[in-house]
Design a binder for this molecule. Structure first.
Ligand SMILES: [Zn+2]
Length: 121
């Protein structure tokens, strides 16, 4: 399987599905990482986060994500999306995750080859 983004050959079992694309693990982390995430909304949130105190800076959907992550101890994006689907769309969830990663609230961890989204200790 070829990575949609960097065209690298992905070893069997290490494909990561992102939306309708198949990505290698590096690109997948890239996509989820706010380092390459240039959503003005995310920067805006990060800015307002600095100005306000921690509890009021979170949006409702971010609070939901943090609650799920706290209860589960971290989930990969598929499981997180599954957990959130009744409450928020994964489009928003993904954006919130990137924004909160930028705030330093959550981290992306590699656990047994899967990318897990976790609360940063
Ligand atoms: Zn790639």
């Amino acid at each position: 399987m070829e990575c949609k983004k960097c065209k690298a050959l992905i070893p069997k079992g290490e494909e990561r599905a992102h939306k309708n694309d198949v990505l290698c693990e590096d690109c997948y982390i890239d996509v989820l990482s706010p380092a390459v995430f240039c959503d003005p909304w995310a920067s805006f949130t990060a800015e307002s986060f600095k100005k306000n105190n921690r509890t009021t800076a979170f949006t409702e959907s971010q609070k939901i994500i943090l609650k799920v992550l706290r209860e589960t101890g971290g989930l990969d994006s598929n499981d997180l999306a599954e957990n959130l689907k009744d409450q928020i769309s994964w489009e928003d969830g993904e954006r919130d995750c990137a924004a909160m990663h930028r705030m330093g609230e959550i981290s992306f961890e590699n656990r047994n080859g899967a990318v897990f989204i976790c609360i940063k200790e």
